[in-house]
Design a protein around this ligand. Sequence first.
Ligand SMILES: [Zn+2]
Ligand SMILES: [Zn+2]
Ligand SMILES: [Zn+2]
Length: 341
Amino acid sequence: MPELRKDPISGRWVIIATERAMRPTDFKSEPQFIKGGFCPFCEGNEDKTPPEIMAYREKGTQANTKGWSVRVVPNKFPALRIEGNLNKHGEGIYDSMHGVGAHEVIIESPKHIASLTELENKQVEEILWTYRDRLVDLKKDRRFNYGLLFKNVGTAAGATLEHSHSQLIVTPIVPITVMHEMSGCEEFYKYRGRCLFCDMVHQELSTGTRIVFEEDMFVAFAPYASRFPFEVWILSKTHSSHFENLQKLETEELAQVLRTVLLKLETALEFPPYNYIIHTTPFTFGEIEHYHWHIEIIPRLTRVAGFEWGSGFYINTVSPENAAAFLRDVNIENQAAAIRS
Ligand SMILES: [Zn+2]
Ligand SMILES: [Zn+2]
Ligand SMILES: [Zn+2]
């Protein structure tokens, strides 16, 4: 019997329809990477990108030359532009403003690698630290309200370059997805005086059936109302509203958890296309008790079709319990390397 499940945060319903009992191997995706050709993100090609915004580099090396480990540049084809004022205006019922914002690319390694999992934990930690630095810097700009960090891997997930990278889009508006999550959490907080995400973490840890991986400070689990097969969320076990308030030790552990979960997905699903996104509290809020930053990892194994577009429901053919059990047990030692070679 298919089951309807409600996500307590967004209020969104999903249909868990596992009649067809999908195994991870049923999701063989098409080759996901764009191979060959010139790569503007590789070391030595620094002059082929717009000038860098920041980089972690060896002492004594010049901006826009070799010697960096993580490099941030403006997107060459930005969705929004950094210059100008918002010029908010309305025309009857229609509101608009200038497309002011920031669109940055975080190049995750000077070497041409296709996956973040090919990097050491230490380097992943630097990437997360870069995310933090960019949010801290951009939130000083009063025109902006939100910074969305995300990663597209594989053409099916929207990537146009193979070289491992992530992106940051900063907007003057808080995205509707975040607003929905925040209002669900606020509603919960009003009645119970607790953070809904914190409660979710506690419940998942005590049930255990949807846990994928955990360490002292962070836990990865398949959400109860997963929209997509093998969807995984990563949350801190203690309350934290802003990603950019991450401390050094936490970043170290988060890097390990993120890398492990991605390695598990790559091993189980043979390098699926995927997106991850970081949901955090908007810039204009100080520390708040009802919203909790998190990472959502979404393997792109199925297509969103008419029913999803029309209803806001999602049909998921793999139960989160099965997905979590599979990911918990998958052996990531050597396996990822073997598949790749
Ligand atoms: Zn490259
Ligand atoms: Zn919380
Ligand atoms: Zn979210």
